[in-house]
Write a protein that binds this ligand. Sequence first.
Ligand SMILES: Nc1nc2c(c(=O)[nH]1)N[C@@H](CN(C=O)c1ccc(C(=O)N[C@@H](CCC(=O)O)C(=O)O)cc1)CN2
Ligand SMILES: NCC(=O)N[C@@H]1O[C@H](COP(=O)([O-])[O-])[C@@H](O)[C@H]1O
Length: 289
Amino acid sequence: MEAAAAPPSLRPRRSLSINPAPAPRPGPKPRPWGLAANRQANAVRCELPRRPDPRLLRARAMVGDGGDAAGAGRRKRLAVFVSGGGSNFRAIHEAALAGEVHGDVVALVTDKPGCGGAEYARSNGIPVVVFPKSKSAPEGVSVPELLHTLREHEVDFVLLAGYLKLIPAELVREYPRFILNIHPSLLPAFGGKGYYGLKVHTAVVASGARYSGPTVHFVDEHYDTGKTLAQRVVPVFADDTPELLAARVLHEEHQVYVEAVAALCDDRIVWREDGVPLIKSRLNPDVYL
Ligand SMILES: Nc1nc2c(c(=O)[nH]1)N[C@@H](CN(C=O)c1ccc(C(=O)N[C@@H](CCC(=O)O)C(=O)O)cc1)CN2
Ligand SMILES: NCC(=O)N[C@@H]1O[C@H](COP(=O)([O-])[O-])[C@@H](O)[C@H]1O
């Protein structure tokens, strides 16, 4: 699941075979793109002044279907689901230890008990739960056992971070608006069944898309169709390989997921009246990220 080990600068770049461009037609000079783009640009962030939107004035500061089931003020209890290296899990855990996230990871759930995320959890004293049961993981628990374990750990929020199995409807119903996922593309593009890991970036590069980036979204009963909470944008360069793009997106994932989880733990997520979740800035409550 993780991008290749070699740093991006040392990885073989895609050789560019560019067809001769058709004779230019008279008209405005095309803007430079691709290699002429600012290669140092790793992310694009737009913060434009906004006039107060009436939909926001009626936004409800709530998490879940009503009230504050998670309890305002106290540190929240997090369960993280992984299937691979777990770099997003590590970023969240380190942010919790550093005080940036007002929560604690109290359980790690994985379908791959030997994966890097599970090893990191064990080395940090975080209980590992295997779900679901499979031939390669016969020690896995059932859905009712998973729900019982999450209740036993008094989990407030579930965070998917490179978990590759469908979260069952029973769990989605138990934690409505309390499950987040991070996906490595700008949903709804390049999402759904079959879109995970490097497959996503391969499809993005092959499509000719000029921008990509991670999406943090709430989880519903289907892959990648829940409400989008946060996104970051990175450029896709003409000579990008899927691995180079994966590394650029992953760097932004670690930041935007920590930002979103911090907001979740601070009860700074508000729901616009049309059902769109927004993150209220920690510094200025009149600004939504
Ligand atoms: N109920 C939900 N469960 C999960 C969601 C979700 O949004 N709702 N997100 C996924 C994570 N994900 C994309 O962000 C994702 C993961 C895996 C797949 C996929 O096609 N998986 C394969 C199996 C892969 C394997 O076992 O190696 C498949 O189902 O055939 C798509 C999207 C986590 N769960
Ligand atoms: N569709 C789900 C999906 O592709 N998730 C992606 O798996 C990787 C996990 O990396 P990590 O294990 O190092 O956090 C991340 O890039 C995440 O966006």
